[in-house]
Design a protein around this ligand. Structure first.
Ligand code: ZN
Length: 482
């Protein structure tokens, strides 16, 4: 290639045409490499900086010697050039530098491109790039990889800071300092978080749809009997949405990751409060109605919610030093409110097993919900299946995805059970118990939200005091050095 290149026809290297070149900022700046600004003025590239172009124009190529040297270098290394998303800013600090890289021969180093490139995937963009590459190929043998527009590069476990690492997930990590826009775009790229994002984003819309149908058939404003259901429906829309957002934006920084998951835990905790409010109103066994537990059920649930959020947020602070302890704390944080909320349900199911229950259509749905809830807990705690085969389930099938799916399916059955209980027990409950009050439902939820946001605020403020290791990169994180 070197000799043919040296004799190549003079390419058009004026502004507005593609110089047949590799794209690289710091490499080969001297010699025959002459700076020119590529004039992709159309819709392909935006904010294109001056980049180095190779040109065999005799006026630009200062000597044959230098040209030959450059050609030797080009021959020695396999060139891979493709547009890279560098995100906002001037390309400092973060980016996808390794998307554009030189692949040296065996054992050679990879070179990152420290050049902010902006590539917009828009109508006709790919075609223009293809034409440009074909023009350039006549002079330089550009790799066909250049013809494919690539998404941001993903990283292996040893390339990201420890705080981002997940047990048994070996690849598919996004850049640990992604921008918000990158995070949103990454939800359309297959990463190890993509299925996590969608398995809670789509169910959010399902629950919103169910909520809107209920809004048209029930009078949530005037009928106080429906208020516990209103709280419950709001919470089952909120928790998957918050989780989806947390998974989307968790790679902006170590601090952002913690705060994202603080909100995720807070939403789950509020969901458990919503369950208690609705169970206290519709699911309580007949013989427990008006008992001490019934009267204090929601108050205790508020306490549980505070315990759940505090404990789960705290577990992130000890995660790096004591991963097992952290896991136990976090699991306990969610299991305690779940067991408490489900007490009335356990009683009803057990009394049915003993043959002394009043028949209820809802019990089957309640049972399915409990089954999926136990499965959810098991997946959360066990990290199966990726623990058995690290790296096999990075993108599809790891425990967190299954955990999301089981949680959502469980919530679906729970919603059906609550709706059935609510409708079938309405007459009995309204005649034997006081009607739910606004303060006891929406008031408690508002209080729960305020208290949870307060706890999240306190833990977020404490992040600066977190052990240094957790907010900085680990020893293997060479990304940070880019
Ligand atoms: Zn999740």
């Amino acid at each position: 290639m070197a000799s043919s290149l040296a004799k190549a026809p003079v390419p058009a290297s004026k502004n507005g045409r593609l110089c047949p070149t590799y794209i690289g900022a710091n490499y080969l700046q001297s010699g025959p490499m002459t700076k020119c600004t590529l004039g992709f003025q159309g819709n392909l590239f935006r904010a294109f900086p001056p980049i180095n172009c190779y040109s065999s124009d005799p006026k630009l190529a200062t000597s044959h010697l230098q040209l030959a040297r450059a050609n030797d270098l080009i021959d020695q290394i396999k060139l891979k050039v493709f547009p890279a998303w560098r995100g906002a800013g001037e390309g400092h600090g973060w980016g996808w530098a390794q998307c554009v890289r030189w692949e040296a021969g065996e054992g050679g180093p990879s070179r990152g491109l420290e050049c902010p490139l902006w590539c917009v995937l828009c109508r006709g963009g790919k075609e223009r790039l293809k034409q440009a590459c074909q023009r350039g190929r006549g002079v330089l043998c550009l790799s066909t990889d250049m013809l494919s527009l690539r998404l941001p590069q993903l990283f292996d476990i040893h390339q990201v800071p420890k705080v981002f690492q997940e047990d048994g997930i070996m690849s598919g990590y996004r850049h640990p300092r992604s921008s918000a826009l990158d995070c949103i775009l990454s939800s359309f790229q297959m990463t190890n978080e993509t299925v996590n994002i969608w398995t809670h984003f789509l169910p959010t819309w399902y629950f919103l749809w169910r909520f809107s149908v209920l809004c048209s058939s029930l009078d949530f404003l005037a009928e106080s009997y429906t208020w516990p259901l209103l709280v419950y429906m709001l919470m089952i829309c909120l928790y998957p949405f918050t989780s989806s957002c947390a998974h989307t934006f968790s790679t902006m920084s170590a601090e952002a990751r913690h705060i994202c998951y603080f909100f995720d835990y807070g939403a789950l905790s509020l969901y458990s409060l919503g369950c208690a409010i609705t169970y206290g109103s519709y699911v309580m066994p007949d013989c427990w109605v008006n008992s001490w537990l019934h009267q204090h059920f929601v108050t205790i649930a508020v306490g549980n919610s505070l315990f759940c959020t505090s404990m789960s947020c705290f577990s992130r602070f000890v995660e790096l030093q004591f991963p097992q302890k952290s896991k136990v704390l976090r699991t306990a944080a969610f299991v305690v409110p779940f067991l408490f909320d489900s007490f009335p349900l356990f009683y009803r199911l057990l009394s049915c097993c003993w043959g002394s229950c009043s028949p209820s259509e809802a019990l089957a749905s309640h049972s399915y919900h409990l089954l999926f809830a136990f499965l959810t807990c098991f997946l959360f705690a066990s990290h199966l299946p990726e623990r058995l085969a690290p790296g096999r389930f990075d993108y599809i099938g790891h425990s967190h995805q299954l955990f999301h799916i089981c949680a959502v399916v469980g919530t679906h059955f729970q919603m059906e059970a609550v709706l059935t209980d609510m409708a079938s027990r309405k007459d009995w409950l309204t005649s034997h118990s006081v009607l739910p009050s606004f303060l006891g439902t929406m008031g408690v939820l508002t209080l729960g939200i305020l208290l949870n946001v307060g706890i999240i605020g306190i833990f977020s403020a404490c992040l600066s005091q977190m052990p240094r290791q957790s907010t900085s990169t680990s020893s293997g994180a060479h990304l940070h050095q880019e």
